[in-house]
Design a protein around this ligand. Structure first.
Ligand code: ADP
Ligand code: MG
Length: 608
C-alpha cells in the first residue's frame, strides 16, 4: 500500500458553489444532518457484519454500535462507529469527489424548483449535510483491511480539504463536527436524543448516547406477519402515534415486486365521523425516517390512514406535487388500496361481528372508496352491508341471492327493496313486515350515490324504494279487481277529494289493515334528492310528487262506495281520512291538512 503523506487539495465538485448551496437550500431542516451521519455509520457497521459473515473480515468482531458523543467544552459532536472504516483511497473516492449524480442533479434543478422546502428526501449528499451545522468537519478512520493506514481528513466547508496519516488502532470511523455558534442546540443531550428517536429509532444497530441505547431497533414491519400478535401491532401503533385510540384494523404490507415496499398501515378509530385531522403515513427508507404525513401514497378516501411505509422506490428527490403524479407512487397507492380491500373482506369472512363493528364506524369511507375506485369495490364487494328492517346487518350479495326470483321488474332486473331510514315509513313497513318482504335501510347522503353506483356495477339488479312505483310486490295480484271497478272508485274518491293536482290510484294491497298509502316515483325522487344534495339540503320532505294509493281491498274503501249514495257526508269524511292517513303514515301530514284531520277526529270522538 502506498504510504500517505500529508496532502492538501480541492474537493472535486462540479461547481465551486456546491457547499453554499447545500447549506442554504438542500435541507430546510438542519436536523437531518444527524440522520445522515448516523445512517452512514450504521451502514458501515452492517457492511462489516456482512464481511465477517462472508469470511472476508478476519478480525475480532466488536460489540457493534454507533456512539454519539457531544462535547460542550470543545463544541464538538462526534459520531463514532465500529464499522468497516475507510482507506485513504476510499476517502478520496467517496468523500472528496462529490461528483455523483445526486449532487449534479440537485445543482441543475435547484434554481427551477420553487418548492425546495417541500422536497421530500435527500440527494445522496448525506455526509456534506454536516456543514449545515459545522464550520469544520473531521474524519478519523481505519479500514478493516489488513495493515491499512488510519487516516485523518478535515475540511472547513470550502472546497479545500486536508488528508494525513493518523494513529488509530480500532477499525471504524469517527466523524467530528465543530458545531457552529448558532447550532449549539445539537450539543444538548435532549436534542440529540429527540433526533435519534425521530429519525433513527428503527435502525437495527444500537445507537448509544452517554452509554444509553436510545433506539428501539428493528421495526415491526420488517418481521414476518405470521409471527406477530395483534397486541404487538397495537403496541407498535401506540409507539408511532402516542395517545391514539386503538385502531380498527391494519394491513401489513410486504412486497418485492414490482416495487419494494414494507410497512404497516392502520385504519384509526374515528372520534368524529369525518375526522379530517386524522391521517399520517410516515415514510421510511431502509428503516430511516424521511417524511411525515405522506398523503400522496393513499387515495382521498384513505386519507385518514395512519402508519409507516418503508420503500426505496418512493422517489425522494422530487417535490410533493411531483410525487403525486409519479407512476411509482400510483402503483404503490393502488397496491395499498387492494390490500386494504382484501383485509376488509377477510375480516368479513373470519369475524363477522368485528366486521360489522368496523362497517358501522367507517362505512361512509368504504362506500366513498368504492365509488372512487372500482378496484377497491371489486376486492370487497362481498362485504358490502345494509341494515334490514329488523335492524340486522345483511350482505348485499346475500340479499340478492335470497330474493333474486321474488321481485322482478319489467326489464327483467331483480329489485332490491330499500327504505330511507330518515323518512317515516310506518305504513309501508306494516305491509312489508306482514308479508315478510325483506327490505334494506339506507341512511345517509352517500347511500343515494352508492345505490346509483351499485346499479351501474350490477346490471341485473335495480334498487327500488319499497314505497315507490317500481315495487309491485306489495300489491295482491290475485285479487279480482276489474278496470270497471277501478273507474267507479276513482270517480267517487275524486269527487270528495276535489284536488286536481293530486294523483290517485287504486290497488289491492297485500294487507287488509292499511287503507291507503303514498307511492312515489323512484326516478323523480332520486333526481330530486340529488338536486337537494347539490343545493346542500338534507331532506326533501314533501317536495316529491306522491301518488295517493287507495287499498281497493280495504273495508274503508268498501264503505265509501256503500255510503256514496245513501250518506255522502259520511262517505266524504272517510275519503278525507283515508287520504290524511296515507300522508300521516309517511310523516307528511303537515299544516292545514293536519289541523283538518285533528278536527274531524275530535268531532268523531265527541259523537261516540
Ligand atoms: P451515501 O451514503 O448516499 O453514499 P454520503 O455522502 O452519506 O452518501 O456518504 C458517501 C460515502 O462515504 C458512503 O457511501 C460511504 O462509502 C462513505 N462513508 C460515509 N460515512 C462513512 C462511515 N462512517 N464509515 C464508512 N464509510 C463512510
Ligand atoms: Mg449517506
Amino acid at each position: 500500500m502506498e504510504e500517505l503523506k500529508k496532502e492538501e487539495g480541492n474537493l472535486s465538485v462540479s461547481t465551486e458553489n456546491l457547499l453554499p448551496i447545500i447549506k442554504k437550500w438542500l435541507y430546510s431542516e438542519h436536523d437531518i444532518f444527524l440522520r445522515e451521519l448516523i445512517s452512514n455509520a450504521h451502514d458501515a457497521v452492517m457492511k462489516l457484519k456482512q464481511l465477517k459473515m462472508e469470511g472476508i473480515f478476519e478480525g475480532e468482531e466488536p460489540e457493534y454500535c454507533v456512539e454519539i458523543i457531544p462535547d460542550k467544552e470543545k463544541k464538538t459532536l462526534t459520531i463514532r462507529d465500529n464499522g468497516l472504516g475507510m482507506t485513504v483511497d476510499e476517502i478520496k473516492k467517496y468523500i472528496n469527489q462529490i461528483a455523483f449524480s445526486g449532487a449534479k442533479e440537485f445543482v441543475a434543478k435547484y434554481e427551477k424548483v420553487k418548492d425546495q422546502n417541500n422536497l421530500i428526501g435527500h440527494f445522496g449528499l448525506g455526509f456534506y449535510s454536516s456543514f449545515m451545522v459545522a464550520d469544520k468537519v473531521e474524519i478519523v478512520s481505519k479500514s478493516f483491511q489488513k495493515d491499512s493506514q488510519a487516516v485523518h481528513w478535515e475540511s472547513d466547508g470550502s472546497v479545500k480539504y486536508v488528508l494525513e496519516p493518523v494513529s488509530k488502532t480500532e477499525v471504524g470511523t469517527d466523524i467530528t463536527l465543530h458545531i457552529l455558534e448558532d447550532s449549539k442546540e445539537y450539543l444538548e443531550t435532549y436534542r440529540i436524543k429527540e433526533l435519534i428517536k425521530k429519525y433513527s429509532n428503527f435502525l437495527p444497530v444500537k445507537i448509544k448516547l452517554e452509554n444509553e441505547v436510545i433506539n428501539k431497533g428493528e421495526p415491526l414491519w420488517k418481521k414476518n406477519p405470521a409471527d406477530i400478535k395483534d397486541e404487538e401491532y397495537i403496541e407498535f401503533y401506540r409507539e408511532l402515534f402516542p395517545g391514539e385510540y386503538e385502531p380498527l384494523f391494519w394491513v401489513h404490507l410486504k412486497t418485492d415486486y414490482p416495487f419494494e415496499l414494507t410497512g404497516i398501515l392502520y385504519f384509526p378509530k374515528l372520534v368524529h365521523e369525518l375526522d379530517a385531522s386524522k391521517g399520517n403515513v410516515k415514510l421510511f427508507v431502509n428503516n430511516v425516517f424521511v417524511a411525515d404525513k405522506l398523503k400522496e401514497v393513499t387515495p382521498e378516501f384513505l386519507s385518514v390512514i395512519m402508519g409507516a411505509l418503508d420503500s426505496p422506490d418512493i422517489p425522494l428527490n422530487v417535490s410533493r406535487s411531483q410525487l403525486q403524479g409519479d407512476p411509482r407512487t400510483k402503483k404503490i397507492s393502488s397496491h395499498i388500496v387492494k390490500k386494504i380491500a382484501e383485509k376488509l373482506e377477510s375480516i368479513y369472512e373470519d369475524n363477522r361481528e368485528k366486521y360489522i363493528q368496523i362497517w358501522e364506524e367507517i362505512n361512509t369511507y368504504i362506500k366513498f372508496g368504492c365509488i372512487q375506485d372500482t378496484n377497491f369495490y371489486e376486492n370487497l364487494k362481498k362485504a358490502v352491508l345494509f341494515k334490514n328492517l329488523e335492524k340486522n346487518w345483511v350482505g348485499l350479495e346475500e340479499y340478492i341471492e335470497r330474493n333474486k326470483d321474488k321481485n322482478i321488474n319489467k326489464d327483467n332486473k331483480s329489485l332490491v327493496l330499500y327504505l330511507s331510514e330518515e323518512k317515516d315509513n310506518a305504513g309501508i313497513e306494516e305491509i312489508l313486515k306482514e308479508n315478510q318482504i325483506e327490505t334494506l335501510l339506507t341512511h345517509s347522503v352517500i347511500d343515494s350515490h352508492f345505490i346509483d353506483f351499485l346499479e351501474r356495477q350490477k346490471t341485473d339488479i335495480k334498487f327500488a324504494s319499497a314505497d315507490s312505483d317500481l315495487n309491485e310486490i306489495i300489491f295482491d295480484s290475485l285479487y279480482p279487481f276489474s278496470e270497471e271497478k277501478e273507474k267507479q272508485m276513482k270517480e267517487v274518491f275524486q269527487k270528495y277529494i276535489d284536488d286536481k293536482n293530486l294523483e290517485i290510484q287504486f290497488k289491492p294491497f297485500k294487507s287488509e289493515t292499511m287503507p291507503s298509502m303514498l307511492i312515489n316515483p323512484e326516478a323523480i325522487r332520486r333526481m330530486q334528492e340529488m338536486t337537494a344534495m347539490m343545493m346542500g339540503k338534507k331532506n326533501m320532505g314533501s317536495f316529491s310528487k306522491d301518488i295517493l294509493t287507495i287499498n281497493a281491498k280495504s273495508s274503508l274503501a268498501a264503505k265509501v262506495m256503500l255510503y256514496d249514495s245513501s250518506d255522502s257526508e259520511k262517505a266524504k269524511k272517510i275519503v278525507l281520512n283515508m287520504k290524511d292517513l296515507a300522508y300521516l303514515s309517511a310523516g307528511k301530514l303537515k299544516g292545514d291538512a293536519l289541523t283538518g284531520f285533528m278536527k274531524r277526529m275530535v268531532e268523531d270522538l265527541n259523537k261516540g
